[in-house]
Structures are given as C-alpha cells and as structure tokens.
Design a protein around this ligand. Structure first.
Ligand SMILES: *Cc1c(COP(=O)(O)O)cnc(C)c1O
Length: 420
C-alpha cells in the first residue's frame, strides 16, 4: 500500500459486521479464564493485554499503523513527545552513560537532556550537526550509548544529514535516534536512511487538530543490541524472572523492553480515547502534509520578497543551506517556516501582535495557522549561547502555516508587516 492508503487502512481491518471505525476500548483492565493464563502474561510467555498502563487494544491499533507508516517492527505510544524521547533514551542509557545530540533540537528536549537527564547521571554532548564526520567523531566517548537528532529541527528548520549521523552512530556501534516530528513519515522515513529508532511528538502533524498531547517511539528492528555494549538487552531482567530481551523478542527487543519495563514502571501510556483521536488525525495525514507544504512554500516565497524581513528559513527557498539535504531526504519541508524581522525582538513582537488570522499559540503544526516567538516562549530557558546554537535569534518567529487558503494567510502577513 502507498502511504495515503496506509494512513487509512493500517492497524485495523474490521470483519463482517464489525465497527468501521476503530473501537474505543475504554477499560483499564482485562478479564481472563484462568490464573495460569495471567501468570503466563506476567512471564511475557503469551501475548495479550494485561493492564492499560502497559497496553490497550485501541492504542495497539494506532501503534501498528504508525509502525507500518515508518517501516518499523513495532511502536509504543506515549502521553507526550517528551515522554517518547525520555523513554527512548532511558531504554538505552543509564547513570554513568553519555549521549551525543545535535544542538539543533527542540528546546524541551534540550532541557530534558541537559537538566533532567544530567540529574539522573546521563551526560550529553551537543554537537554542530553540520560539522564533518571527523569532527563529530571527537564527541564520542567509550561510555557513549546513542546519537540523537531531529529530521527537521524545531524551530530552526535545519535538515539533518541522517546518513551522516547514522554513519557516526554505526561506526561506533551505537544506535541513532531521530525525532521526526515535523517531517512525519509522509515527508521522510528516517529508517530508510539508517535511523534505528524514530520518535515523534504526535501532538503536532500526526494529531494535527490541536486536540491532545501525545508521542510515539518506533523501533526499526535493525540495531544489533547484542554487540556487547548493551547488557540490559542481553542479560536476564530480574523484574521478569530473568527474561533476556534479545533472545525472547529478537528484532522487537528494543520496543518490547521499552513497554514491559519502562512503560510498566513509569506509566506514561495514552488512553484509548486519545489513541482514537490520534487515529483520526493519522487518517488524513498524507493529504494534509501535501497542502501544508505547498502553502508554506508560497508563504516563504512571499516573505523572501519583503524588505522588512532579515532572513527566511525554509529549505525550498533559493540559497537556503539545507536545500540539497531537503531534496535528498524530504518529499516536502512541512508547514513550519522560521524567519526574522528586521529590528529584532521589538519588531517581532509588534508583527506577531498585529496578526489577525494567524493566532499566537504555544503550538506548531496545527490545522490552523499559528505563530510563536521562541525566544519568549519555548526556548525562554536557554542562554543566548544555547539560543544561537539552536539556530534562534532574538527576532526569530516560528510561523506554522495551516490549511487555510494561502492567499488569506499571505494577506494577513501583509497587513501585519505594515505595522512594523
Ligand atoms: C513538540 C515537540 C516535542 C515535545 O512533544 P510534546 O508532545 O509537546 O511533549 C519533541 N520534539 C519535537 C521536535 C517537537 O516539536
């Protein structure tokens, strides 16, 4: 199936007389015929739902759909994109370990790595993702456990050279985690370029309608966890009577461990109704992504012509430094544009407050056009140095083009620019 068809049909195929839509299994628990069966569930010896902190049939249908869209062996939904990134990393790294991440990533993930993970004893080195491989290699230490980057960075709209990062990771026996939130599997499937784990904030394009926060982790099934660096995968897990993940679950070792160990212990699993709503967003994802991209290309072109704009970050714009990488990896560049208005912070705020159609929101990738000033909001905690490393200037505006008629979006920008 092509991706438009997969968006509609993967994960659920009703039989004769069954509901056309995915059923909402609104239940925290499940019933069994025997105590023996429950015992087998707890030994992971049989498949089945145990408790909705770990899995749920409605959520499972959506997980199956997303795994199919990305070309992975399995997926695990979470209550947020932050939870997805947290579990993906904690499934691999522990106190005393080190991770290497591109510096051009979402501000929340920078905080997660730099503040919270540091408290847990995991150290991070942020690298310039545009540096040559030989330079990036210097960040790798004997205790490095993974490499991390974003396909299209939020909010700098930089495009990751996924193959280069995969080479960096794999030549050191490490997995590559890619946060592909802005690209979605419609614009890029990072696994095809060597990513081992793909994460998303489903809050963004996948949900698409600003209904609910969510995240997902997808396992490519390709990484060799038995390469000697990851004993948690190859040695008996005491919390499951000595289960060895690589032996019992093979290609699905990573995603199974994330679910039965970390999800069990941390409990950040979405509800059935959340998965149902997410599925509605997924059904139209391919169609929506197409329009977001074409609208954004036109808005970016318009912005480039204005003498009040300092620069426009959107990879299809002529001269953009990510033009070639975008051509290589992306079928489109999403609806998110970042640009800087001449006159810095003050003019950026004046422009934002003059917009009538585009709404000022702490959100991105909505069905409606929305706009945000990262330096005063999502990236407020970062120092000036961190801001620059993340590709953010004080006057930078993150403009998330929605599905309105593009001429209405451009008219709104035009009138707001008149106030600058
Ligand atoms: C929003 C976002 C996150 C965090 O996701 P939440 O669902 O808000 O927790 C992580 N990564 C990227 C790239 C994002 O845009």
């Amino acid at each position: 199936m092509r991706i438009e068809t997969q968006c509609l049909h993967e994960g659920y195929s009703p039989k004769n007389g069954e509901a056309r839509n995915i059923p909402i299994y609104q239940s925290s628990t499940y019933k069994y015929e025997s105590t023996e069966h429950v015992g087998k569930l707890f030994d992971l010896a049989v498949e089945g739902h145990m408790y909705s902190r770990i899995s749920n049939p409605t959520v499972a249908m959506v997980e199956e759909k997303i795994a199919a869209l990305e070309g992975g062996v399995g997926a695990l939904c979470t209550t947020s994109g932050q939870a997805a990134n947290m579990l993906a990393v904690l499934n691999i790294a522990k106190a005393g370990d080190h991770i290497v991440s591109s510096s051009e990533i979402y501000g929340g993930t920078i905080n997660l790595f730099n503040v919270t993970m540091k408290k847990m004893g995991i150290e991070v080195t942020f690298v310039d993702q545009n540096a040559p491989l030989s330079e990036l290699q210097k960040a790798i230490r004997p205790n490095t456990k993974l490499v991390f980057g974003e396909t299209i960075a939020n909010p700098s709209i930089s495009v990751l050279d996924i193959e280069k990062f995969a080479q960096l990771a794999h030549s050191n026996g490490l997995p590559l985690i890619v946060d592909s939130t802005f690209a979605t599997p419609v614009l890029c499937k990072p696994i095809e370029y060597g990513a081992d784990i793909v994460v998303h904030s489903t809050t963004k394009y996948m949900d698409g309608h600003a209904l609910q926060i969510g995240g997902v982790i997808v396992d490519s099934g390709k990484f060799d966890w038995a390469n000697g660096k990851y004993p948690e995968f190859t040695e008996p897990d005491d919390s499951y009577h000595g289960v060895v993940y690589t032996e019992m679950f093979g290609k699905a070792a990573f995603i199974t461990k994330a679910r039965v160990q970390l999800m069990r212990d941390m409990g950040v699993y979405p509800t059935a109704i959340s998965a149902f709503l997410l599925n509605m967003g997924l059904e139209t994802l391919a169609v929506r992504m197409d329009r977001y991209c074409s609208n954004a290309e036109k808005v970016a072109e318009f912005l480039c012509k204005s003498d009040k704009i300092e620069f426009v970050n959107y990879p299809t714009v002529k001269g953009n430094k990510y033009y070639d990488l975008a051509k290589k990896y992306l079928k489109g560049c999403s609806g998110v544009i970042s640009f800087s208005i001449k006159g810095g912070r003050e003019n950026a705020v004046r422009f934002m407050d003059s917009l009538k159609l585009a709404s000022n929101e702490v959100h991105v990738a909505d069905i409606r056009t929305c706009v945000l000033h990262p330096a005063s909001a999502t990236h407020r905690q970062l120092t000036d140095e961190q801001l620059i490393a993340a590709g953010i200037t004080p006057g930078l505006i993150r403009f998330s083009v929605g599905l309105e008629n593009v001429d209405d979006i451009i008219d709104d920008i035009k009138q707001a620019l008149e106030n600058v």
